[in-house]
Design a protein around this ligand. Structure first.
Ligand code: SF4
Length: 316
């Protein structure tokens, strides 16, 4: 990918930021927010094949409001029975119609999701696991993450879409659900999926993929993480695409070289919870443990207020 303006944290600043992020994690433990996060859907399963299938379905539809997409994905998973991996392995187009008839979530309709499920079933049949599919894509791409993700998605989409559309109706948002080509966007949902599969297990991420290093992950850059990264000086770009995700990850790598995306969950939920809203508020900044490292917080709230007992300004 093209590289542009970059800057790196000094070791001193990286150390201060790490201490502040550790404190944030202690004050607002991820387990409190887990039920509100799509990764919780993958936690319902113990078999790695089920985890990776449920995880990819959940991550692919994880856009917009969590309170809207979580029930949709939950209903699909419940209808798929106790083993989503077994379900997709034996799925055919008629079965997809039975599952997805009438399904709509924002840009996506049943035919889009059918392609994803049939693609996962095909990959499981051919390669044994989705992990093997991604490892093969990564090897074919000589370790280039952008090319690897594109190859992975291309293989998932390698199903008879025309037949799916004859039975389920026209696909509407396939390029949104399974983007190919990947383009310059941040590909947040794909990086989120990789984080879930490769990091951990640590109570949030599941760590069921054992053949890939956490150091190779890129931060899943959504609007909350982008806002925090900007305020904390992890990025100087205004356009929050792939290049910005690379910049932020490079700075997070100064904080933790082996596990650069370890703070992604806590950063994302600091924004999602309302503790760090788009329009910063002095009363929230005043009790935010990141304030000392935050350009906005230092300006709005020069005096630190003791964090609330239930976290740094989190909603109860
Ligand atoms: S100090 Fe304010 S703007 Fe900065 S991270 Fe905390 S809540 Fe957000």
């Amino acid at each position: 990918m093209r590289r542009g303006r970059t800057h790196r944290l000094s070791p001193e600043r990286a150390g201060r930021l790490r201490r502040a992020l550790d404190r944030l994690e202690r004050l607002s433990p991820p387990r409190r927010r887990l039920p509100l996060d799509p990764v919780s859907l993958a936690h319902r399963y113990s078999d790695p094949r089920d985890v990776e299938v449920a995880g990819l379905l959940a991550a692919s539809l994880a856009y917009g409001r969590a309170d809207l997409f979580l029930p949709k994905v939950t209903r699909l998973l419940e209808a798929m029975g106790p083993s989503p991996a077994e379900f997709v392995r034996t799925l055919d187009v008629a079965g997809a119609r039975a599952l997805l008839s009438g399904f709509v979530y924002r840009f996506n309709v049943g035919a889009d999701v059918a392609v994803l499920l049939l693609g996962m079933g095909r990959m499981l049949e051919h390669r044994g696991s989705l992990e093997a599919g991604f490892v093969a894509a990564r090897e074919a791409s000589a370790g280039d993450l952008h090319a690897a993700l594109e190859a992975f998605v291309r293989e998932l989409r390698d199903v008879d879409v025309a037949r799916v559309e004859r039975v389920l109706g026209k696909a509407r948002g396939l390029d949104h659900l399974l983007p190919v080509p990947l383009g310059p966007g941040a590909a947040k949902r794909l990086h989120l999926y990789l984080r879930w599969m490769i990091r951990g297990p640590d109570g949030v991420d599941l760590g069921v993929w054992k053949r890939l290093p956490t150091g190779a992950l890129l931060v899943p850059l959504d609007t909350h993480v982008a806002r925090l990264a900007w305020r904390l000086g992890l990025v100087r770009r205004r356009t929050m695409g792939w290049a910005a995700a690379e910049d932020i990850t490079a700075n997070l790598r100064v904080i933790d070289p082996m596990d650069p995306v370890r703070y992604d969950f806590v950063l994302c939920h600091h924004g999602m919870s309302g503790a760090c809203p788009p329009r910063a508020r002095a009363e929230l900044c005043g009790r935010c443990v990141l304030r000392g490292e935050c350009s906005v917080g230092r300006r709005l709230a020069p005096t630190l207020v003791a964090p609330a007992r239930n976290g740094p300004g989190l909603r109860p």
